[in-house]
Design a protein around this ligand. Structure first.
Ligand code: BV8
Length: 243
């Protein structure tokens, strides 16, 4: 079924690690999560990278190998969001905190990776951002400027400015529906988006998560359960009778 002609309000969807959990990727703050195994300061800050780049490369190389494992792919939660973008007769923007590429692989095209992407690297010498699906090491040369020692993961670390914030703020200002999926609401500025949307005062706000997030009370509606179940059901509802 294609899009009908009557334009409908834009939808903004914020996703976090919880939507990729059932695809086999670890979350951060669950009991078995990433931050239970490594120290944020050592692997997800500019200081950590400056102190020990090889250690940070190892951390992201392990996660990149995990993501690019043939057994890892989009789950029904990702696929439902691709259907929403395809069939909703208005704009659907996915703003993801995730650095995996499962939204793209599910079929979403209108997508912002506000914390960067695991399968990309950035040269601190010439600024180039390039696809990179293998391991990255301190000795690797930039394919564009040939410098060595200047490549870093194209990922936003703590204390660094998330990407495309202006475009995100504009989308939040103008949306009719804001949905937050699979995020614990601990990390800013993403955790503040729902408050921004409420202050604008137009949109309906919904949290789809396994359990209440830190900001659960800020949402007009909350639905709990695994994303592979809650997201398809919610998308069905929006496409058949709105919110
Ligand atoms: C910024 C990339 C300002 C790396 C990430 C002191 C010093 C400096 C900064 C700060 C500070 N104090 C506060 C800050 C701000 C800081 C922050 O918020 N810190 C927190 C910890 C207090 N934020 C920043 O630093 C940001 N930048 O503020 O810049 C600035 C201003 C001007 C100029 C320059 C700078 C940058 C934040 C981005 C950091 N990078 N990731 C990497 O991925 O390795 S953050 C990291 O957390 C990931 O991106 C992740 O996506 C994100 C959020 O985590 P979640 O996705 O929510 O994952 P989590 O595990 O927490 O939750 C999963 C949820 O899923 C759970 O609720 C669970 O119940 C649910 N779930 C589980 N299974 C399922 C499920 N749901 C559904 N279905 C299931 N099956």
């Amino acid at each position: 079924m294609g899009k009908s002609t009557v334009p409908k309000p834009p939808i903004v969807v914020l996703t976090g690690a919880g939507i990729s959990k059932e695809s086999g990727l670890d979350t951060f703050r669950d009991a078995d999560g990433i931050w239970a195994k490594v120290n944020i300061e050592d692997v997800a800050t500019p200081g950590g990278f400056h102190r020990d780049p090889a250690r940070v490369h190892d951390f992201y190389n392990m996660r990149r190998r995990g993501l690019n494992d043939p057994g890892v792919g989009p789950n029904p939660g990702h696929l439902a969001l691709a259907r929403l973008e395809k069939e909703w007769p208005g704009e659907v923007l996915i703003v993801t905190q995730n650095i995996d590429d499962l939204h793209e692989r599910a079929g979403n095209a209108n997508l912002i990776h506000m914390h960067g992407e695991l399968n990309k690297v950035r040269c601190q010498g010439c600024g180039a951002v390039m696809g990179w699906t293998g391991d990255l090491g301190v000795g690797d040369a930039c394919p564009r400027c040939t410098r060595t020692g200047t490549l870093r993961p194209h990922i936003v670390w703590f204390g660094e400015m998330p990407l495309e914030m202006e475009r995100i703020q504009e989308a939040l200002d103008g949306c009719g529906l804001f949905v937050s999926i699979g995020t614990s609401g601990n990390v800013y500025p993403a955790a503040g988006f729902v408050s921004h949307v409420r202050a604008v005062g137009i949109a309906h706000t919904v949290e789809l998560n396994l359990e209440p997030s830190v900001g659960a009370s800020l949402f007009a509606e909350t639905l709990y359960g695994p994303a592979s179940e809650t997201v398809p059901a919610f998308v069905d509802r929006v496409l058949t009778r709105g919110w």
